[in-house]
Design a protein around this ligand. Structure first.
Ligand code: SF4
Length: 88
């Protein structure tokens, strides 16, 4: 979901932002350091991020409700979406 250069994409994950690749790589490395038991499985992680991508609270990779980078929040198995009711 990339936007043309110069036009901010509100409904993008960090990895989808034109200038977000470096931060996305840092987030990926950070997520890989999570102990196996605490990390969401790949299918769960992808499903959560798909929900965030369609959410009106996603703002350039962060959640407007909690301020988290959603690519970090979604990686931790025990975390939940802060919306009420939670979206994931
Ligand atoms: S409210 Fe939930 S689904 Fe929406 S961006 Fe935040 S974490 Fe993602």
């Amino acid at each position: 979901m990339r936007e043309p250069a110069g036009k901010p994409c509100i409904r993008c994950l960090i990895r989808d932002l034109p200038d977000g690749e470096q931060l996305a790589e840092i987030i990926r490395e950070r997520n890989e350091l999570l102990p196996e038991g605490k990390r969401a499985g790949e299918a769960l992680y992808r499903a959560r991020l798909d929900i965030c991508r369609a959410c009106p609270s996603l703002n350039r990779g962060t959640c407007a409700l909690c301020g988290c980078y959603v690519e970090i929040r979604a990686a931790e198995k025990a975390r939940a979406c802060p919306d009420v009711p939670g979206r994931w």
